[in-house]
Design a protein around this ligand. Structure first.
Ligand SMILES: Cc1cc2nc3c(=O)[nH]c(=O)nc-3n(C[C@H](O)[C@H](O)[C@H](O)COP(=O)(O)O)c2cc1C
Length: 363
């Protein structure tokens, strides 16, 4: 097991409706005041990262969406240690624009910004904003060129790239970012997503899954990355319901599903399943998601971080044991539950991690 402590990120609720497509009460708001306070609570609770979301329009009833790069900067300005990952879509963004924006934000925030390169799954969104829609694996080919360009611009002078999607000629960005280069995250489950991670990304995010399912992905990606002489870390999505008793936590999950908005879940499910099957091998995100899974739109219940602090801490350490480097948490009532997680769950995780290392040293 890694000597490094497992890291924690939370989903920035910069879109309305929270992280579950349900009519259950959610004491979470997508506005900036709520989010600034949440970011401060999270960094004090021990969260290292926050992940913003990019949507130009939503497929599951998230009616309002704040733009991610701008919003991420506002959260960085309100905090001192938290790193904020801004989600972007190749297509609407060009690498030249993003490299420049992020370099400036890096200077404004003491080197705390990162990016999540989203390859796009929702055709309706691209159609709505007049962006050409590429086939699944072509989207990843474009994203890979996008990432190569970002890294090249951030780290070298006279950068030249002659790709099918992006071209640069002796381009020198000034100033370069403060960080050697801001970290690059990406999401996905498909073969193309995993192969791109194993070549160029610093981090790979995947939808929620069982420990066995996640192990299979981690083994696949890390082995491929090693063969490419590349290192990639893995982050896993989880919708976290931590309560003093398991019964309370299970009751919250039951209520979320009971009050799911069937119309919105099914509409999202249609688009998502289409996206899940869009990759040639049919293993994309959501390829196997049930109605219940889709109520949390990145399959976050499947990771099963639902129960008492002790149960959740043990499951997190089990994820770490199969090679997970980061847990990305979504919550029902973000401010209060992020605080509870930091107070009740995180210290137990650190205790278990230390214990495992002692056990290993003795064995
Ligand atoms: C943790 C995580 C965060 C994501 N964030 C966004 C996002 O903000 N906007 C978006 O359109 N897609 C987002 N995605 C979708 C992915 O980038 C990708 O397009 C999708 O998972 C389909 O990939 P696949 O077909 O390769 O499995 C996210 C995925 C994951 C796992």
């Amino acid at each position: 097991m890694s000597q490094e402590q497992i890291k924690f990120a939370y989903w920035v609720p910069n879109v309305s409706g929270g992280l579950v497509v349900s009519k259950i009460e959610q004491r979470t708001s997508w506005d900036i005041d709520y989010n600034r306070k949440l970011a401060q609570i999270a960094e004090n609770a021990g969260f290292e990262y926050a992940l913003s979301q990019i949507r130009f329009t939503a497929g599951y009833g998230a009616e309002y969406q704040h733009e991610s790069v701008t919003f991420s900067h506002a959260l960085l300005a309100a905090t001192t240690r938290l790193k904020v990952i801004a989600a972007v879509l190749p297509g609407p963004w060009t690498p030249a624009l993003l490299a420049k924006q992020i370099a400036t934000i890096d200077h404004l925030t003491g080197g705390r910004v990162a990016v999540n390169v989203v390859s796009g799954w929702f055709k309706g969104e691209f159609t709505a904003i007049g962006e050409p829609w590429l086939e699944h694996d072509e989207r990843y080919r474009r994203s890979e060129e996008f990432i190569t360009a970002l890294k090249g611009i951030w780290t070298t002078d006279n950068f030249t790239q002659r790709g099918d999607f992006y071209r640069f000629h002796n381009y020198t960005l000034r100033p370069k970012p403060l960080q050697q280069h801001p970290e690059i995250f990406q999401g996905g489950s498909s073969r193309a997503a995993r192969d791109m991670a194993a070549r160029v990304s610093d981090w790979y995010f995947t939808n929620g899954n069982t420990v066995e399912g996640i192990k299979a992905q981690v083994d696949d990606i890390k082995a491929k990355a090693a063969a490419n002489n590349h290192t990639v870390k893995v982050g896993v999505n989880a919708f976290i319901i931590a309560r003093d008793t398991e019964e309370e936590a299970r009751a919250v999950l039951a209520e979320i599903i009971d009050k799911a908005d069937p119309e919105a879940v099914n509409a999202f499910g249609d688009a998502a399943r289409q996206a899940g099957k869009a990759s040639p091998e049919g293993e994309g995100n959501w390829a196997k998601s049930s109605f219940e899974d889709l109520v949390q739109y990145n399959d976050g219940f499947k990771t099963n971080l639902i129960g008492t602090p002790q149960q959740i801490a043990e499951r997190i350490v089990a994820l770490k044991a199969v090679g997970v480097d980061l847990v990305l948490g979504g919550f029902l009532h973000f401010q209060e539950e992020v605080e509870y997680f930091g107070r009740k769950v995180l210290p137990l995780v650190r205790e278990l991690e230390a214990q495992r290392l002692v056990d290993k040293a003795v064995a």
